[in-house]
Design a protein around this ligand. Structure first.
Ligand code: DAH
Length: 333
């Protein structure tokens, strides 16, 4: 019997030493010390021994084996648990070094850059900057700008209507000119203001047209303002923005909200003329609509496309490229 006990003990210790997982250790525990375990069975067999001396000797061998296996079991389980925990931590570790190794830094969108440069140049000329809402009333977008319902000039603006209020009373602004109206309603003159923003037209896009684009509006209202002030401002702007080798001209045109009206062109050093935008003296009807006396106040306004400026400045062939959000394209500017 003692030989059996020592055999069970030695094989258990050998198996424990060779065990590589805590599950394996628990299986050995069950097989040796569990209810049907080898040492447990031997303990039951103890009663069948013939003499007291035999029982004593076998009993103490059994105790010694149980303690030895129990100690070895606890020690091996501790070791393996520790190793397993280390392994789990290693597996679950989140590797942040990849992000640290590849810092990529973005920059402002090419149109945002043009927008900001335009603001800077006008602030340098003494203008303030204002913005207005993209969803506008028909009154601000058209009527107060001397375009009553059915005015033929309305058809030049392919308008997106918004389902809000009375049918046709709410629009996505088709230009930044309604911000002029808001500025004049809110600010007593003198006014020297530029108003950049996003505008919307319901038209098919192509290489030079977008349905969603950007304009910058200018407005000056003061006493004794004349067309010469407008021409001088356009010229100063041209030289500040494009460079002293550029110049400008005004060409007679028509807009409902200005009288007289003009388009302004920029002359490049190579001698090409580039159409930039519209301008003119603020129409007396517009001043009256916002409660200003045309006998006391006069002024000029202008408006042009920001996307166009970015396109010309960087020689971009197709304006749609600027808004496909392809990083390989945008990274270049
Ligand atoms: N609002 C005009 C457009 O979108 C541009 C414009 C022309 C603005 C003349 C003005 C102006 O302020 O005086 O086509």
């Amino acid at each position: 019997m003692i030989v059996d006990i020592q055999g069970v003990r030695d094989s258990a210790l050998a198996r424990l030493a060779a065990a590589t997982t805590s599950d394996e250790v628990r299986a050995i525990e069950l097989a040796v010390l569990g209810k049907r375990g080898a040492l447990t069975d031997l303990k039951t067999a103890l009663g069948k021994l013939a003499t007291i001396d035999e029982k004593k000797a076998a009993g103490s061998a059994l105790n010694e084996a149980t303690v030895a296996v129990g100690d070895a079991l606890a020690a091996r389980l501790g070791e393996l648990r520790h190793a397993e925990r280390e392994l789990q931590l290693e597996v679950e570790r989140i590797d942040l070094t990849e992000i640290l190794q590849r810092p990529t830094r973005g920059h402002a969108h090419v149109v945002t850059q043009a927008w900001q440069r335009l603001e800077d140049v006008f602030v340098g000329l003494g203008f303030q900057v204002a913005e207005g809402p993209e969803v506008e009333t028909d009154w601000h977008n058209f009527e107060a700008l001397n375009m009553p319902p059915n005015h033929p000039a309305r058809s030049m603006h392919d308008t997106f209507y918004v389902e809000h209020g009375a049918p046709g009373s709410t629009v996505l602004r088709t230009h930044t000119s309604p911000v002029q109206i808001r500025v004049m309603l809110n600010t007593p003159p003198p006014i020297y203001m530029v108003m950049p923003g996003r505008v919307f037209r319901n038209e098919t896009t192509d290489a030079t047209h977008l349905a969603v684009f950007h304009q910058i509006e200018g407005l000056v209202i003061d006493r004794g303002i004349t067309l010469a002030d407008l021409a001088g401002t356009v010229e100063s702007f041209t030289k500040s923005f494009f460079g002293s080798e550029f110049s400008s001209r005004l060409r007679p045109s028509y807009f409902p909200f200005t009288e007289p009206s003009a388009e302004f062109d920029i002359r490049t050093p190579a001698g090409n003329w580039l159409e930039l935008g519209g301008c003119g003296m603020v129409h007396p009807n517009v001043l009256t609509a916002v409660g200003l006396d045309p006998e006391e106040w006069s002024g000029f306004a202008f408006g042009f496309g920001i996307d166009r400026m970015a396109k010309e400045r960087h020689g971009i062939g197709d304006v749609r490229e600027m808004f496909t959000n392809d990083i390989r394209f945008l990274e270049q500017f």
